[in-house]
Every structure is written in structure tokens, then in C-alpha cells.
Design a protein around this ligand. Structure first.
Ligand SMILES: Nc1ncnc2c1ncn2[C@@H]1O[C@H](COP(=O)(O)OP(=O)(O)OP(=O)(O)O)[C@@H](O)[C@H]1O
Ligand SMILES: [Mg+2]
Length: 566
């Protein structure tokens, strides 16, 4: 390659430099040479430029003074200095320039290297603006923000951060990063967690830590890596004081717990109260039931007692006259036999009498029908004695019925009881019904006879009441499996289905006011129940009703001992 060619290439290199290049003669400040870039940026031709002084381009006051010094022989290198260049079109541009002092063939030359800095300036402005925005944002956020760089130095922090942590001014003034980080760590209960988190700048994950400060406050710390491209260059920490929130949450939790406890306690107390109430209610209804029963029994036993007293009174009254009539009749019978013997003796001696006397006696005999009298007198007396026996039996029945024996448990026969009861209520039955007795000859049972008689009487009277004009009442006894059954069946009106379930209720009656108390069956029911037995009923409207009293042959010892129904 020739020298000529080399010079051309060098020129090419200069023309493609990013810098404007101006070579200035310090003695007269003329521009000796300018490269292509200088022509393009400044808008002069090469010829124009070599006609000009450097101060035509560098025209600011500061530059003019500088170049005056240069002309006076005072010059030196300048590195990267900002300046303004005058262009051909009158506009000015920002440049970044450097000056080099050169020695060429015993003379001084000054080379200016200048770069158009307009674009850079713009970028810088934008950057400045962004940074300012960023700074404002950083300060405006409620969080305390701390940025730690790759070398564990504090890259930045906002005021909120230093204030919330109460970082001592001395640390901030000295910019003592290690002291600040240690200060953070030492103020936290979770000392190790905090230290590790602050040191592990290279951790690629986001993290959320809860830090309890020694002064009682609680900070929430969110941290995340700071990337430059793919590379982690630091870590950003955001601190939020959540003490208030924690306290509120805690108080809320506490009051919720308290509330739950209170509700629980109240529920328990209510349940207890409910249980007490329920048992009290049960106790009361049991009391009411027992009261009803007692009242029931009282009423019925009063009724029975008055009937009993009446019957006993009547029986007693009849007993006296029956007694003396009975003894008189016996005497009468004896006297009559003696008189008859006397009469026979007289008749045997009649033939010794004069005829006239005999005739008169015969006439008298005929007149009074003496033969018939003699015959009838005996049967009259026998009949009277029979009648008297019947009266005595009825009186006995009345005594039996009115339980002169009291309410003692005895071994007795229900058929006997039925008979005496039938006798007592006979008057009530005889106009209404034909009574058919079908006794099975049942064995004696352990019972309180006077009470069973009350049951039989209730059933018989009910049967008679159910028959409107005339009907039939069947009384049947039977015995099976140690159980004696008394059946009282009638051909009466029957019981309506809707009433069948209620007839044993105290005071349930379909009879007119004053006629029935509605206590008969309820009392009968409790009497039979206390004998360890049961009452069953079948009924058909219009056909009749059958009551069945089923009694055990032996009362259970407890019942027998505890003479409940009186
Ligand atoms: N044999 C029967 N036929 C038809 N209905 C009957 C018969 N026995 C009872 N009842 C019905 O059952 C009701 C209740 O009978 P219960 O003996 O308890 O009371 P009452 O006879 O009405 O009154 P009380 O017996 O106190 O005089 C009667 O009013 C009647 O309606
Ligand atoms: Mg009755």
C-alpha cells in the first residue's frame, strides 16, 4: 500500500469518527482542519470552516476568555466538558468536548474532539424525571422501603423506613450501612429470621415475614429480588406497621372467643334450665294425674260410702223386726202344734157329747172349713218362714255389699260377690232386663271383695242404663290360666267408636247432668288395675256392649299389702 493510499484511509477513519474534530492553531485561533462529522453537525462546508476562527463556533463568554488565554500562550488538555456550539443556521447545540494539546514540527496545535450531546441530554432529562417520580412515589407510599444491593450495601431507603424503625440520625449521617442493618436485626424478636433475610440478597423468591419489634410493634415485611435482566442485583424490602391491625384482630378474636364462650355457657344454662323445667313439668303432670285420681276415688268412695251407709242402715232397721218376727213365727209354729194336739183330743172325745152339741160343732166345722184351715195353716207358716229367710238373705247381701268387712284383702268368690251385688241393684235391673247368669264355678281369688262389688255394680247399672225399653244382661264367669274372668254383656245401645277410647276417663259421661258423674268406669278401671287385672270392652252400636274383667287368682304381694283403693 502506498503512502498516498494510507493517508486516504486515515482520512476515511477520521470522517467516520463519532466525534467532531477540529484542529486549531493556538497562535491565531484559526481552524486548520475539520472532519466530515464537524461539517455535518455544524452545517458548514470544509472550505467555510477553514475560513473561520474557533471562537465563531465556541462563542460563549467563558469559551471566548479561554481562547484568549490560549492565544496568550496558556493552554492545557481538557477532559469531557460541556459546552455550546454555534451552528451555521444560527441555532446552538449542546456538546461534550475534550481538548488535546499537540506538538507538530515545532509548533503547538490544539485538537478539539466534540460530541453532539443533544440526545444524551434528552435521555438524561427523561431519566431525571423518572427518578424524581420514583423518589416521590417512594416517599409517598405508606410503606417503609429499603433496597439492599449485591454487596449488602443500602442502595436506597425512604424516609418512612427510617422513621418507622427509629434509625439513629448518626447512622444516617455517616451512611453506616452495616450499623443500620444490625440495628434492624437487634430490634426484632425474630432476630435470626431478620438477619438471614437481610443477608440473603441472592434469594430469588419473594417472602413475607412477620416481625415483632422489641417495643411491641408488629411489622409485616415483604421482600423480593431486584433484577437487572436475568441477574439479581439486590433485594427490595417493604415494611408495613400492622400493630394496630394486629391489635384489632387480636381484640376481635378475643371478643369472638368470649362471645362464643358466653353463648356456650348460656346454651348450657338454658339446656339445664330446660331439663329442670321438663322434669318439673313431668312431676307436675304426674301430681295432677295423682290428684285427679285421688279426687276421683274420693268422690266415688263417698258415693259408695253413702250407698253403703244407706244399705247398712236399712239392713239394720229390717234386721230387728225380722228378728222378732222370726222368733214369733217359731213360737207360733210351736203353739199351733200344741193347739192342734189339743184339738185332736177334743175331736176324739166328740162322740161322747149329746147329739145336739155334736150337730152344732159339725156346723161350725163346716162353716170355717176346719179341715182346710188345718191343712193350710202348716204351709202358711212354712211359706212365712221361707219369706223370712229370703228377707234375711237380702239383708245379709246388703251388709255384704256395704262392705261391713271393710277394704281388707280376703280370699273370696266373685260369683258370691256378683250375687249380692245383683240383689242390691235388682230394683234397677228388673224392669229393664232379663238377667242371665252363666256361672262357671270359678275358684276363690285373692281380692278386696267390697271393691270388686263396686266394679260389678258399675257395670250392671251401666248395662241397665244402656237398655232403652227391655233387653238382656248376661253375667258370665270363667276360669283359665290362673285368671278369673267376669263378663257383663248387654243388648243395649252400644258405644260410639269416637267415645270408646274415652269411657275410662274420669268425668266422661254421655248421660244428662245429674244422672251420671262419669266416674264409674274410671274408678272400676283403677280398682281392677290395682288388683293386677284388666278391663276389656267390645261394643257395637245398636247391638250392645260387653265388658270383661280379668283378675289374677292371686294379687301381687305389693298390691295386696298396699291397700290402695279405699
Ligand atoms: N254398657 C254400656 N253401654 C253403653 N254405653 C256405656 C256402657 N257403659 C258405659 N257406657 C258409656 O260410658 C260412659 C261412662 O261410663 P261411667 O260408668 O264411667 O259413667 P256414667 O255411667 O256416665 O256415670 P256414673 O257411673 O258416674 O253414674 C257412659 O256415660 C256411657 O256413655
Ligand atoms: Mg256408670
Amino acid at each position: 500500500m502506498s503512502t498516498e493510499q494510507r493517508i486516504q484511509l486515515r482520512q476515511l477513519m477520521l470522517d467516520h469518527s463519532p466525534h467532531m474534530m477540529l484542529l486549531v492553531d493556538p497562535s491565531d485561533l484559526r481552524i486548520i482542519v475539520a472532519n466530515k462529522v464537524a461539517e455535518q453537525v455544524l452545517g458548514y462546508t470544509a472550505a467555510q470552516l477553514t475560513e473561520m476562527l474557533v471562537t465563531d463556533i465556541e462563542s460563549s463568554l467563558q469559551d471566548v476568555f479561554y481562547w484568549e488565554d490560549v492565544r496568550g500562550g496558556h493552554f492545557q488538555d481538557i477532559d469531557a466538558q460541556e459546552g455550546e456550539y454555534q451552528r451555521a443556521d444560527g441555532t446552538q447545540i449542546m456538546v461534550m468536548k475534550s481538548l488535546r494539546v499537540l506538538r507538530h514540527e515545532d509548533r503547538w496545535l490544539i485538537l478539539i474532539l466534540a460530541r453532539d450531546a443533544r440526545q444524551e441530554r434528552k435521555v438524561e432529562d427523561v431519566l431525571e424525571q423518572t427518578l424524581s417520580q420514583l423518589r416521590t412515589t417512594l416517599e409517598a407510599t405508606g410503606n417503609g422501603i429499603l433496597v439492599i444491593d449485591w454487596h449488602n450495601k443500602i442502595a436506597s431507603m425512604n424516609r418512612q423506613f427510617s422513621e418507622m424503625w427509629h434509625i439513629p440520625d448518626a447512622f444516617l449521617r455517616n451512611g453506616n450501612d452495616a450499623a443500620i442493618l444490625e440495628f434492624l436485626t437487634e430490634n426484632v424478636v425474630e432476630l435470626e429470621v431478620c438477619r438471614e433475610r437481610l443477608q440473603q440478597v441472592s434469594d430469588p423468591h419473594e417472602a413475607l415475614d412477620l416481625l415483632h419489634l422489641r417495643d411491641g410493634r408488629v411489622f409485616e415485611c415483604r421482600s423480593r429480588p431486584q433484577f437487572l435482566g436475568e441477574r439479581i442485583i439486590g433485594r427490595v424490602f417493604g415494611f408495613l406497621d400492622i400493630t394496630e391491625r394486629e391489635h384489632t384482630e387480636h381484640a376481635l378474636r378475643e371478643s369472638r372467643d368470649q362471645l362464643e364462650n358466653r353463648v356456650h355457657e348460656r346454651t348450657l344454662a338454658l339446656q339445664m334450665a330446660n331439663i329442670t323445667l321438663e322434669s318439673e313439668k313431668a312431676r307436675q303432670s304426674e301430681l295432677i294425674r295423682r290428684l285427679g285420681e285421688a279426687q276421683n276415688q274420693l268422690l266415688q268412695s263417698e258415693k259408695m260410702a253413702s250407698i253403703g251407709v244407706l244399705a247398712a242402715g236399712v239392713a239394720h232397721e229390717i234386721n230387728n223386726p225380722v228378728g222378732f218376727v222370726n222368733s214369733n213365727l217359731s213360737s207360733l209354729q210351736r203353739y199351733m202344734q200344741s193347739l192342734m194336739r189339743l184339738l185332736d183330743a177334743y175331736e176324739a172325745r166328740e162322740m161322747h157329747l149329746p147329739d145336739q152339741d155334736r150337730g152344732e160343732l159339725n156346723a161350725l166345722r163346716k162353716e170355717i172349713d176346719a179341715d182346710y184351715l188345718r191343712e193350710d195353716l202348716g204351709s202358711l207358716l212354712t211359706e212365712s218362714m221361707d219369706g223370712l229367710d229370703r228377707i234375711k238373705r237380702i239383708v245379709q247381701d246388703m251388709k255384704d255389699f256395704s262392705h261391713v268387712g271393710g277394704g281388707d284383702v280376703l280370699v273370696a268368690n266373685v260369683e258370691t260377690g256378683l250375687d249380692s251385688t245383683l240383689n242390691v241393684v235388682w230394683n234397677e235391673l228388673k224392669y229393664k232386663a232379663e238377667v242371665i247368669k252363666e256361672y262357671g264355678g270359678v275358684p276363690d281369688i285373692e281380692c278386696i271383695p267390697s271393691q270388686l262389688n263396686q266394679v260389678f255394680m258399675n257395670l250392671l247399672v251401666n248395662a241397665a242404663h244402656a237398655i232403652e225399653s227391655r233387653g238382656r244382661i248376661t253375667v258370665r264367669t270363667s276360669y283359665e290360666n290362673e285368671m278369673v274372668t267376669v263378663l257383663v254383656s248387654d243388648t243395649g245401645s252400644g258405644i260410639a267408636a269416637e267415645n270408646l277410647g274415652r269411657i275410662f276417663e274420669p268425668f266422661f259421661t254421655t248421660k244428662p247432668v245429674g244422672k251420671g258423674t262419669g266416674l264409674g268406669l274410671s274408678l272400676s278401671y283403677s280398682i281392677v288395675q290395682k288388683h293386677g287385672g284388666r278391663i276389656e270392652v267390645d261394643s257395637e252400636i245398636g247391638k250392645g256392649t260387653t265388658f270383661r274383667v280379668i283378675l289374677p287368682r292371686q294379687m301381687s304381694p305389693a298390691i295386696a299389702e298396699n291397700d290402695v283403693v279405699n
